[in-house]
Design a protein around this ligand. Structure first.
Ligand SMILES: Cc1ncc(COP(=O)(O)O)c(C=O)c1O
Length: 430
């Protein structure tokens, strides 16, 4: 595979951009090859600047559940752009967007738009602290909630991929307000509540962990968090930046039937443009400025282009019959293919899947239900697997600790290509 143009582009980028990228995992550092520079994409296909073609299962790290450059989304953005790109004043489409979110996400009665998942989670914990008048938060080791200071404590995603779960630059006083519990371990949460009575404002959790690879919540874990937070007067925040609109119209809360107090959203909600949101019960949301004292603002929040793209995507998901059943069928087909490949080749791979998000962990462990078990993965093996997958025309996450995403645009042919490519890549690392 010729990738000289990408190599040169990366060299050039590194002169003026730290590490040559605007988000660390894009550098492919943990898989030991230079990143692919993208020229364009449509549907499920990505073309790089060397003319190589890949079938995409990264979906821009989750947002593109409709596939790349979806015609309806492009049309909505073009129409919005023709009327101006930003006003810094209210527009009706923001209300329409909020109504659509309230309709789809069961626990959300009011919602505030922001520009990224990071902004959503940072704002949600400020709101939780303002509402409860408490300062501590609990997060789970291996969960990632964006790059806000409070969350870069035992963080997942690129932070673990690069071995940087606790970032320099986060002050000690900020770090001490974040308590860390173990995912799928309610006792670890109980202990923190007991140790810090009436001081914990919120528990924030990925209802399906996606940033240490996919780790589903154990039976009763989410419900247990709901009961513990209620008992101790803290808020439960579901970070649905990945799971929102992916597992069901109403995200993980609908899928598992557990209602959080606050929900953070991102990725799919923007239809491929930079959007985030946080929402919840009215009485909590109504302490935000301008009606309440908790301040949060944004020059470009509710941007008309972003709202046009996001609203189009959400409506499409809401109005397509059997959208989530179809995603489930496609993903189950891939899971079955992957399992058969591993079994026939005698390889121990743990495959975790919830709906259209999945991860194959290269580990000798029997299961991956926790951060510690995820960490038993052989990342060197994953890197070899990744290189082979790329050679076979598959674009998958350049890290063991991320998800593979199935989109509505994937065809049977795409999925068969994925299973065949998986087979070849597994054979190569056997
Ligand atoms: C669960 C979760 N929360 C928050 C974020 C941060 O979102 P963003 O990258 O849009 O700031 C991410 C990003 O991957 C995420 O996966």
């Amino acid at each position: 595979m010729n990738n000289n143009n990408s190599k040169n582009a990366f060299k050039q980028a590194q002169e003026v951009i730290p590490g040559g990228v605007n988000s660390p995992v894009r550098a492919f550092k943990s898989v030991g090859i230079d990143p692919i520079f993208v020229k364009k994409a449509k549907g499920t296909t990505i073309w790089d600047i060397d003319g190589n073609e890949y079938t995409d299962f990264v979906a821009s790290w989750g947002p593109l559940i409709l596939g790349h450059a979806h015609d309806d989304v492009l049309k909505a953005v073009a129409e919005a752009a023709a009327n101006g790109t930003s006003y810094g004043a209210p527009t009706q489409i923001e209300t329409e967007m909020a109504e659509q979110i309230v309709k789809m996400v069961p626990s959300v009665e009011k919602v505030r738009m922001v520009n990224s998942g990071t902004e959503a989670t940072m704002s949600a914990i400020r709101l939780a602290r303002g509402y409860t008048k408490r300062e501590l938060i609990i997060k789970f080791a291996g969960c990632y909630h964006g790059h806000g200071d409070s969350f870069l404590i035992k963080a997942g995603s690129g932070a673990i991929t690069l071995g940087l779960p606790d970032s320099p630059g986060v002050t000690k006083s900020t770090a001490k307000d974040t308590l860390t519990a173990d995912y799928n371990n309610l006792d670890s949460v109980c202990q923190l509540f007991d140790k810090h009575p009436e001081q914990i404002a919120a528990v924030i959790v990925e209802p399906v962990a996606g940033n240490m690879g996919v780790v589903p919540p154990a039976e009763g874990f989410l419900q247990g968090l709901k009961e513990l937070t209620e008992k101790h007067g803290a808020l439960l925040i579901f970070d649905e930046v990945i799971t929102g609109f992916r597992l069901a119209k109403g995200g993980a809360q609908e899928y598992f039937g557990v209602m959080p107090d606050l929900t953070t959203m991102g990725k799919i909600i923007g239809g491929g443009l930079p959007v985030g949101a946080y929402g919840g019960r009215k009485e909590i949301m109504d302490i935000l400025a301008p009606i309440g004292p908790v301040y949060q603002a944004g020059t470009l929040s509710g941007n008309p282009l972003a709202m046009a793209a996001g609203l189009t995507a959400l409506k499409k998901l809401d109005e397509t019959p059997n959208a989530y059943e179809d995603l489930e069928k496609k993903a189950a087909f891939v899971e079955a293919g992957f399992r058969l490949n591993a079994e026939e080749l005698g390889l121990n791979v743990v495959l975790n899947r919830v709906g259209s998000m999945m991860t194959a962990f290269f580990t000798e462990a029997k299961q991956v239900t926790s951060f510690d078990e995820a960490m038993t993965s052989d990342t060197g093996k994953y890197a070899e697997y990744f290189k082979n997958a790329v050679e076979n025309g598959l674009y998958i996450a350049p890290s063991q600790f991320e998800c593979l995403f199935i989109s509505m645009a994937h065809t049977e042919e795409d999925l068969e290509k994925l299973i065949k490519g998986n087979r070849k890549a597994l054979e190569a690392i056997k």
